[in-house]
Design a protein around this ligand. Structure first.
Ligand SMILES: [Zn+2]
Length: 304
């Protein structure tokens, strides 16, 4: 299985256009500190890829990764579709930018599809431009990562969703509660037996999530905030990290202590611009390294 890390930042990216915090200012001064919105590309078959989340940076993310470039036909793209972990704007706005596609597969849970269709009118807006094929990403079952709209392909990569949170996007705050508003994705390569878990937003570390993490060879997890007080201390929110739906990295409720017990290769992604980890010189990097945990970087290739 081949994964390409297209981006590693939380909402707003780093730098965020209207933010002069130390993290964003540092990224303006030093290009290497820039991080695009968190996203992943997974290869389902030779020359066929799915994007995990479609961010506002999607155009630049595709251009930065030659495997995702079109060709040899003039409008032939290796991108078959998009898998969504949730309905947040930072993970979905890029779908509209793919309107030039001849067709696009969308794999989402039921509440996420409903939000995109009923609140954001995705299907209605894109219908004159392209053909969307929706597949329901069913929690708990494992389904082939489809390589064409005709149904299951020879692809060895299977996907399943692990519900992690009932947190709705703000634009859908009064939609019905559902445990699959936010999911982690388990990607399993039946050819090699290797698997990855991608969980860019984790509100609680459930038993189901732990089982999936314990079975995986590679775990890529929510690293939005370093500690629980960070959003309040930096003035970006009146809520704690946990209150915002993101378990912090460090501290008693932090995920670093859990990741350190796993045998998988563990990496953090989805870093907010307030997270000290956005500075490569921050001592927090050494703290994670001592636990054997990495921080994912844009452009990283993970082969399993
Ligand atoms: Zn900032």
């Amino acid at each position: 299985m081949l994964l390409q890390v297209l981006g590693t930042a939380a909402g707003g990216g780093i730098p965020q256009w209207n933010c002069a915090c130390p993290g964003c200012s540092g990224a303006r001064a030093h290009c290497v500190r820039r991080r695009r919105h968190a996203s992943l590309a997974v290869r389902a078959d030779e020359g066929r890829w799915y994007l995990v989340n479609a961010t506002p940076d999607i155009g630049d993310q595709i251009e930065a990764h030659p495997a995702l470039h079109p060709g040899p036909g003039p409008r032939q793209t290796p991108i078959a579709g998009v898998v969504l972990t949730d309905a947040e704007l930072d993970h979905t706005l890029g779908i509209w930018r793919l309107r030039e596609a001849e067709g696009l597969e969308l794999l989402t849970t039921a509440p996420v599809r409903r939000a995109l269709e009923d609140r954001l009118h995705l299907g209605e807006v894109l219908a004159p431009y392209t053909t969307l094929t929706w597949w329901e990403l069913e929690p708990r079952g494992a389904q082939p990562l489809r390589a064409d709209a005709a149904g299951p392909s020879a692809s060895g990569v299977r996907i399943s969703a692990v519900p992690v949170s009932d947190k709705r996007p703000r634009y859908a705050a009064d939609d019905p509660a559902h445990d699959a508003w936010v999911v982690a994705l388990r990607l399993y390569d039946s050819a090699t037996g290797r698997s990855a878990l991608y969980a860019p937003a984790v509100a609680t570390w459930s038993d189901a999530l732990h089982s999936a993490a314990a079975e995986a060879d590679c775990v890529i997890v929510d690293g939005t905030f370093w500690d629980d007080e960070e959003p309040r201390r930096t003035g970006i929110s009146a809520r704690t990290a946990t209150g915002m739906g993101h378990l912090p990295v460090d501290g008693p409720d932090g995920t670093a202590g859990i990741l350190a017990t796993l045998s998988a290769r563990c990496l953090y992604t989805h870093l907010n611009n307030t997270n000290p980890l956005v500075d490569p010189a921050a001592p927090q990097h050494k703290q994670l390294a001592r636990l054997g945990i990495e921080v994912a970087d844009d452009g990283m290739v993970i082969e399993l």
